[in-house]
Write a protein that binds this ligand. Structure first.
Ligand SMILES: NC(=O)c1ccc[n+]([C@@H]2O[C@H](COP(=O)([O-])OP(=O)(O)OC[C@H]3O[C@@H](n4cnc5c(N)ncnc54)[C@H](OP(=O)(O)O)[C@@H]3O)[C@@H](O)[C@H]2O)c1
Length: 325
């Protein structure tokens, strides 16, 4: 692994991650409803994406049970093994899916997660959504038990509000554990966490924000603005805010600034958008862009090799403020 990229510590843990990790939802193989969001990627493409991410210094990977009912976890494990990685060489995060389930499912389903990722351990286990049948407190009790049994190393949540995050952190404290991360949607085109208390609470509690959809699912690369024909192939993304025609128009000035800064740093608009996430809030935020092509993974990993200055970060934030969905 490249040693030149300064690592960031996830919450109060000894997990030291590169500012960019690889999001692995795209490895779902269209295996279930959530998996149908992305095209089916060949094993070869998945292996190349993982290998080149590793080559460019990325040291961690985010997957989930719901990404193809384990297909993404299996594909990730396969690609890491093919890349010659052994348990402990990389950091693996996965997630428990709470829909229509009680917290008691957490210990019942953990062995299936470990089997899918075998031989890699679960470094970070996250509750994927806040909408399970049980409270955050009950879920954290079960997660704490898994940590005690050493089936997982650290505990995180995803899509949790400020209040739920605090509830989870408080329960873990009762077990002398800490909440390490909250994985939420965060990009220049979706800055809700700056307003709804999540980012502020994360800073206060020492919880890392893991930014998902950091490129607004491709929009911040500027490719859809440059070539609207590409919108024909985006499937379900078309119905989401940033992809609507009126919002594409509103985000154009921001895309233009991303490109302008890209010219200065000899990088792409996507790399500028990711770099903004990494440096707008000190070390609090890390990002997990997903990739459907090798070139995406290469480009996205390259976003941690330079640093925007404060003035540039401010200009991007200001212009993004004008974008209303
Ligand atoms: N916790 C949660 O609830 C949750 C929700 C969503 C995602 N996630 C996680 O976050 C990860 C990333 O989020 P995401 O996939 O929703 O959004 P994203 O990372 O913003 O966008 C990924 C998509 O954008 C396009 N893309 C990526 N890099 C590009 C580049 N450099 N240039 C041009 N296009 C590029 C690719 O799609 P095309 O080639 O098809 O355009 C790719 O599949 C996921 O893999 C998953 O691990 C978590």
């Amino acid at each position: 692994m490249s040693t030149s990229i300064p690592l960031r510590t996830l919450g109060k843990s000894d997990l030291h991650v590169t500012p960019i990790g690889l999001g692995c939802w795209q490895f779902s193989k269209r295996n279930n409803l959530a998996g149908k969001f992305w095209p089916k990627l060949d094993d070869k493409v998945i292996r190349d994406i993982v290998q080149s991410s590793l080559d460019l210094g990325v040291n961690w990977f985010d997957t989930a049970e719901v990404y193809g009912s384990g297909a993404s976890e299996l594909a990730l494990s396969d690609a890491l093994q093919k890349a010659g990685k052994k348990p402990g060489d990389v950091i693996v995060a996965t997630k428990w899916w709470p829909m229509f389930r009680f917290a008691s499912n957490i210990p019942r389903s953990i062995d299936a997660r470990l089997r899918a990722l075998n031989p890699f351990p679960i470094d970070l286990y996250q509750v994927h959504q806040p909408f399970g049948f049980s409270s955050a407190t009950e879920e954290m009790k079960q997660m704490a038990e898994l940590a005690k049994e050493k089936k997982i190393r650290y505990i995180g949540v995803s899509n949790f509000s400020e209040q739920k995050m605090r509830e989870a952190a408080e329960e873990l404290q009762n077990h002398e554990l800490s909440l390490v991360s909250n994985q939420v949607r965060y990009s220049l085109l979706d800055r809700k966490i700056e307003e709804n208390g999540v980012l502020k609470a994360a800073k206060e509690l020492g919880v890392t924000i893991i930014a998902y959809s950091p490129l607004a699912q491709g929009i911040l690369s500027g490719k859809f603005h440059d070539n609207p024909d590409l919108l024909k192939g985006v499937g379900w993304r078309k119905s989401s805010g940033p992809f609507r025609a009126e919002n594409m128009k509103k985000s154009l000035p921001l895309i233009n600034l991303l490109k302008e800064l890209g010219t200065k740093y000899k990088v792409s608009a996507a790399q500028i958008a990711l770099n903004w996430l990494l440096y707008a809030h000190g070390n609090t935020v890390v990002a997990i862009p997903g990739a459907t092509k090798l070139s995406h993974a290469q480009e996205n990993a390259g976003a941690m090799k330079f640093q925007l200055n404060e003035e540039e970060i401010h200009s991007l934030s200001e212009l993004a403020d004008k974008y209303e969905k």
